[in-house]
Design a protein around this ligand. Structure first.
Ligand SMILES: Cc1ncc(C[n+]2csc(CCOP(=O)(O)OP(=O)(O)O)c2C)c(N)n1
Ligand SMILES: [Mg+2]
Length: 693
């Protein structure tokens, strides 16, 4: 096989057959779409993608996201055949292959580098975790935004191509049906992201059957109305037309591009092609044999890679990518000489390091009974941090005037199509796409934040979960955090949201109690490398606690700390609270003392940080022998039992809220010092009863 056309088809058919064999061996998976889209992915990777398999984390590489994550075997085949190298978490390229043939043979088996859906961090070369449909394409928009911002920030005269990567996403009908794709496409078009290309596998098949069951959008018109360049390739096997479409994308700079590719799921399988059966089930041995015959393949060979295939990829994507990558690093050395500060920023950003003195302007807040809302203190702290961390950027889903997350210092500016250096993004009212875009931005390694009301975290949840799964340090800022928001009423008053965010593994939920806890929270947040955070803030003012009288706010870093204690350090009862309820507990603490009861107030801004502390510290804060315990939080009590124990009392919300001024709501729902005092006394009575029985 010498002819390049023959080699092209050998490569394409190897992608197909590896995918079929992998799925068959696992006896589960999705063979049909890898078979159909193999030529599309091949054409893109072999001819266009600026990607070096030897260094799959080179910063200016093009990104490829398989938004149709179920077609994971397509990606694994490519990673294997192009010889992508594994990368360690410490950014060193390891010599070993990311996806050896053995891993493909063990597709979907425990510890295989080829899990059911592509997982970022687990398999080098996977640019984003995908599987929840629609999230991948929305993530790609965040990557393109970050690319635009980086180009505007780092490119300089003589170096106008330092950052110029493109972002490709491959999606199917499922992605198109999910609302998040419409949110993301709408914003991408508005922002004129010419560095973004989606490829739509228009095969008219989803799980339940033909798309005619539930989908009759005119996708081309829809994207035209979003302001995209729309291209069409009528046959997924037509490499010439595909290449033409990618070339058109390259020359279209003022809009994102959608390439609609008509394809046949399970192309070449005589009985399964164009059926939904080929979507998510192994083809079966016999059908595989017939398909291989159709491809001119040895029918009984499994996981077969013909001679010349690896070389062909080496001579194509690998050599091209290596040369581009080497040239880029050479350019960066020149750039470093001319623009040392920017080069240093680029390096630190890529390694998730912070600039020297990044926290030098974080203000302390003086004790103040009237105080201020934590959304307001956070605005001050966030601006102080952002001034010194140039790549901290983000925005809101149209609520910045309420969430107070706007960067207001000179030069912060708005990120728009015409001003891509701006640091204030306007996501519009698109929470789910915002969160997925934050993931994409974090994957490119800017430090992103996004904000909305806590109640609407539900709308973003699918992508928040992926931030945690991908271990991305995304900053979510959720304000209006409880019934404390008052008159907007139950539609806007979160109840179960804290519990539901705390339930996401790896997500740090931080609910500071006053301005100084906010400052400490930001110090914790900025140092996170692998964990997303949900910073939970109030709309209403909270007193700034007198830190001369009570403990320092630096305890925030440990998740929970003793804020006010019994004079002898031997409390009768523990009062645990987060956020706005901490001040309430301080008031109760004083009232209890007047009654001769020794209480301890534990401020508990983050369960996750606290749970990470050594047992010795946790027992010091919550002494096991003190079983009289009351937790207070204006939220569902769900989960507090683990801190108050089986006999403890949790004051919280057991219903939705109500529309009224806050002063009436706290009475109705029992968030008064008197109620906390009563609960504490009741705890002591029942403890005595337990002890004497
Ligand atoms: C958000 C979400 N909902 C449901 C699923 C389950 N699911 C996986 S693939 C699929 C059908 C996808 O159809 P399409 O995107 O057209 O892919 P094709 O069958 O053409 O490969 C569904 C419903 C999912 N992965 N994500
Ligand atoms: Mg489909």
């Amino acid at each position: 096989m010498n002819d390049s056309t023959d080699l092209d088809s050998a490569c394409i058919n190897t992608i197909r057959t590896l995918s079929m064999d992998g799925v068959q061996a696992a006896n589960s998976g999705h063979p049909g779409t890898p078979m159909a889209m193999a030529p599309v992915a091949f054409c893109l990777w072999q001819q266009f993608l600026r990607f070096d398999p030897q260094d799959p984390i080179w910063p200016n590489r093009d990104r490829f996201i398989l938004s149709a994550g179920h077609a994971s075997m397509l990606l694994y085949s490519l990673l294997h055949l192009t010889g992508v190298k594994a990368v360690s978490k410490e950014y060193e390229t390891l010599g070993e292959p990311s996806v050896p043939l053995e891993a493909i043979k063990r597709f979907r088996q425990l510890d295989s580098r080829c899990p059911g859906h592509p997982e970022y961090r687990w398999t080098s070369g996977v640019e984003a975790t995908t599987g929840p449909l629609g999230n991948g394409v929305a993530t790609s928009v965040g990557m393109a935004v970050a690319g635009r911002w980086m180009a505007a920030h780092f490119n300089q005269p003589g170096f106008d191509e330092l950052i110029d990567f493109n972002v490709y996403a491959l999606c199917g009908d499922g992605c198109m049906m999910e609302g998040i794709s419409a949110e993301a496409a709408s914003l991408a078009g508005h922002l004129k992201l010419g560095n973004l290309c989606w490829i739509y596998d228009n095969n008219h098949i989803t799980i339940e059957g033909n798309t005619a069951l539930a989908f009759s959008d005119d996708v081309a018109t829809r994207f035209l109305s979003h302001g995209w360049n729309v291209d069409r390739v009528g046959d997924a096997n037509d490499l010439g037309m595909l290449a033409q479409a990618f070339r058109t994308f390259h020359t279209t700079h003022d809009r994102p591009t959608l390439i609609i590719v008509d394809s046949h799921i399970a192309w070449g399988a005589p009985n399964k092609q164009d059926t939904s059966a080929a979507h998510g089930e192994p083809l079966g041995e016999e059908e595989i044999r017939l398909a291989k015959r159709r491809y001119g393949w040895p029918e009984d060979a499994k996981f077969y890679v013909p001679d010349g295939v690896y070389d062909h990829f080496r001579n194509g994507i690998a050599n091209r990518g290596r040369a581009l990558r080497d040239a880029w690093f050479a350019r960066v050395s020149e750039y470093r000489k001319k623009y040392p500060e920017l080069a240093e920023q680029l390096y630190r950003m890529q390694h998730r390091e912070l600039p020297e003195g990044w926290d030098k302007d974080v203000p302390p807040f003086a004790a103040d009974a009237k105080g201020l809302a934590t959304r307001d203190s956070s605005a001050k702290v966030q601006n102080a941090v952002a001034t010194n961390v140039p790549w901290l950027l983000g925005g809101s889903a149209d609520l910045a005037p309420s969430t107070k997350t706007r960067l207001t210092f000179d030069g912060a500016g708005d990120f728009r199509a015409e001003t891509p250096h701006g640091r204030n993004l306007h996501f519009g009212i698109r929470e789910h796409a915002m969160a997925a875009m934050l993931n994409g931005m974090a994957l490119v390694k800017v430090r992103p934040y996004g904000s909305t009301f806590l109640i609407f975290s539900d709308y973003a949840r699918g992508a928040i979960r992926l931030s945690a799964l991908m271990e991305l340090p995304v900053i979510y800022i959720f304000t209006h955090d409880s019934i404390g928001l008052g008159e907007d009423g139950p539609t806007h008053q979160p109840v179960e949201h804290l519990a539901s965010l705390r339930a996401i593994p790896g997500l740090i939920v931080l609910r500071p109690a006053d301005a100084n806890e906010v400052a400490e929270a930001w110090k914790v947040i900025m140092k996170l490398h692998r964990q997303p955070v949900a910073l939970i803030l109030t709309r209403q003012a909270l007193p700034t606690i007198d830190r001369g009288k009570y403990a320092a706010a630096s305890g925030v870093a440990r998740g929970a700390y003793v804020l006010a204690d019994a004079p002898d350090g031997r409390p009768d009862v523990l009062l645990l609270a987060s956020g706005s309820e901490v001040a309430l507990c301080l008031a109760a603490h004083e009232q209890l003392w007047a009654l001769g009861i020794k209480a301890r107030v534990v401020s508990m801004p983050s369960w996750e940080l606290f749970d990470d502390q050594p047992r010795e510290y946790r027992d010091r804060v919550l002494p096991p022998q003190v079983t009289a315990r009351v937790s207070v939080e204006q939220a569902s009590t769900f989960g507090w039992a683990r801190y108050v124990g089986a006999t403890g009392c949790s004051i919280g919300m057991r219903s939705f809220g109500a529309s009224a001024p806050l002063k009436d709501l706290v009475k109705k729902f029992g968030f008064t010092p008197e109620h906390v005092v009563a609960a504490a006394r009741e705890q002591l009575t029942s403890r005595r009863r337990r002890e004497s029985s």
